[in-house]
Design a protein around this ligand. Structure first.
Ligand SMILES: [Zn+2]
Ligand SMILES: [Zn+2]
Ligand SMILES: [Zn+2]
Length: 83
């Protein structure tokens, strides 16, 4: 399964990694993977049952920031509104 190599920022308040840039794609070279350049050109939707999702990112932390990531901030706000 192919993976995205990404640069990202880690929020120190929650430790979450947020992808900012996809730097490159690590191609798995599998003919069974639709994302790979090795995927068979004759294998197409709707018959293609090959993998079409990326594996976990290969994360490169280029930055850290204080506080929570956006998602944690939003969920905290929603929680606050419901309370
Ligand atoms: Zn792949
Ligand atoms: Zn396929
Ligand atoms: Zn977070």
């Amino acid at each position: 399964m192919c993976r995205q190599i990404s640069d990202g920022c880690v929020s120190r308040g929650c430790g979450h990694y947020i992808q900012t840039t996809v730097v490159a794609i690590a191609d798995c070279q599998s003919s069974q993977c639709r994302l790979s350049s090795s995927h068979s050109p004759s294998c197409r939707a709707p018959h293609c049952r090959c993998n079409q999702t990326y594996g976990p990112d290969i994360e490169r932390t280029t930055n850290t920031k204080p506080g929570l990531c956006d998602q944690c901030q939003v969920s905290r706000m929603q929680h606050g509104l419901q309370a």
